[in-house]
Design a binder for this molecule. Structure first.
Ligand code: NAD
Ligand code: MG
Length: 383
């Protein structure tokens, strides 16, 4: 029986993880849950899965949980999330908090020698060197949940690193693949939240429409698979049938295919090295769209911003992520145009004086600086 901790249990990945656990009660036991402010869903999860420890974002939320009358320990804030990740009996932590807020609990999990099933790609984007160093030092398993990286992880098993030529990440292109560029200015949050192939949380859905998500995934791939940004290609693949690929020196390309259901990569990470009987809907390859296209960089400026931030290194990717979090938040509140997202991030990056990342404090300082700077840019109502 594997003891599981879920950070971000009420989110899209958290809920899908609990679905995989529900289908495999003989293999997994939920030991702890950590969530933000969705107390209604969290209470239902506690009643069903009976964790030993529960953490919420704010202390005020704990009152509601006490009303359940059940026996479990509680915590709150970042410390609470870290405690949820590190308690005895947890073998694997599913890191699925959204944004930079996921970094410290993720590092705590690794330092407590818990295996990590990582959905929170932001920890690798903003602090890839620190996270991978801790993974090596503490000899824990790092299993990607992001579907592209799960695909590549599966494809690379059994092949030699020196035979690899490049990684090819696929991107659906989001809802605006064919929308005339000159109308991008007027894109509304409702339109941008309407992803054609995947159902996800709000922030990653907007990041998928701008392709910032793919930019983050290029950075994530570089850290996970120890490759350079020049060795990662991105192809638009509107069907999202091929989840990603690896090309080898003999010209062969190996891909992983399946439904667009995150329960697939989650079950793979939870069960690793075993494969679990599928929790996903049946998949029929007949008639599926297998088209691939190059990325039009004018349509998706965020992808280039991410690649440049990775090449620049140091604190630049942390600034990229923080500015994006703020810009996406402002766009969702109607305070910034869709095209303003990339412009705000670009301007924030251009104002940043890069520092090397020696410890987590360097990352957190750059993150705080970038949030304030991005807010100032948005307040000036330039975009
Ligand atoms: P979501 O918004 O649906 O859920 C986020 C979860 O984190 C919620 O439980 C929320 O309560 C919690 N949370 C938010 N802020 C918090 C804080 N400060 N402290 C503690 N908990 C907090 O997001 P999601 O779509 O499930 O994505 C989660 C992570 O997984 C993101 O990093 C995302 O990039 C990644 N990811 C998601 C998908 C997907 O299909 N949804 C796919 C690949 C990767
Ligand atoms: Mg992905």
């Amino acid at each position: 029986m594997k003891g599981i901790s879920i950070l971000g249990s009420t989110g899209s990945i958290g809920v899908s993880t609990l679905e995989v656990i529900r289908q495999n009660p003989e293999r997994f036991k939920v030991k702890s849950l950590s969530a933000g402010s969705n107390i209604k869903v969290l209470k239902e999860q506690i009643q069903e899965f009976r964790p030993k420890f529960v953490s919420v974002l704010k202390q005020a939320h704990l009152k509601e949980l006490k009303k359940l009358g059940l026996n479990f320990k509680v915590g709150y804030g970042e410390e609470g999330a870290s405690e949820a990740a590190t308690i005895a009996g947890v073998d694997m932590v599913v890191s699925a908090i959204v944004g930079a807020a996921g970094l410290l609990p993720t590092l705590s999990a690794i330092r407590a020698k818990k295996d990590l099933a990582l959905a929170n790609k932001e920890s690798l984007v903003i602090a890839g060197s620190l996270v991978t160093k801790e993974v090596r030092k503490n000899k824990v398993k790092l299993l990607p949940i992001d579907s592209e990286h799960s695909a590549i992880f599966q494809v690379l098993r059994g092949s030699r690193k020196k035979d690899l030529k490049k990684l090819i990440l696929t991107a659906s292109g989001g809802p605006f693949l064919r929308r005339p560029l000159k109308t991008f200015e007027s894109i509304t949050p409702k339109e941008a939240l309407n992803h054609p192939t995947w159902k996800m949380g709000q922030r990653i859905t907007i990041d998928s429409a701008t392709l910032m998500n793919k930019g983050f995934e290029v950075i994530e791939a570089c850290w996970l698979f120890n490759v350079k940004v020049e060795d990662v290609d991105v192809l638009i693949h509107p069907g999202s049938t091929v989840h990603s690929m690896a090309e080898f020196i003999d010209g062969s390309i190996i891909a992983e295919l399946g439904t667009t259901d995150m329960k697939g990569p989650i079950a793979y990470a939870l069960g690793f090295p075993e494969r679990l009987p599928s929790a996903k809907a049946p998949f029929n390859l007949a008639g599926k769209n297998l088209k691939f296209m190059k990325v039009n960089s004018r349509r998706y400026p965020c992808l280039g911003l991410a690649m440049d931030a990775l090449k620049a290194g140091g604190t630049m990717p942390a600034v990229l992520n923080a500015a994006d979090e703020v810009a996406v938040g402002a766009f969702l509140k109607g305070k910034l145009s869709f095209t303003g997202i990339a412009k705000t991030i670009e301007e924030t990056l251009s104002l940043h004086k890069k520092k090397e990342v020696l410890d987590v404090q360097d990352v957190l300082e750059a993150d705080t600086w970038a949030r304030l700077e991005a807010l100032k840019i948005i307040k000036k109502k330039k975009f």
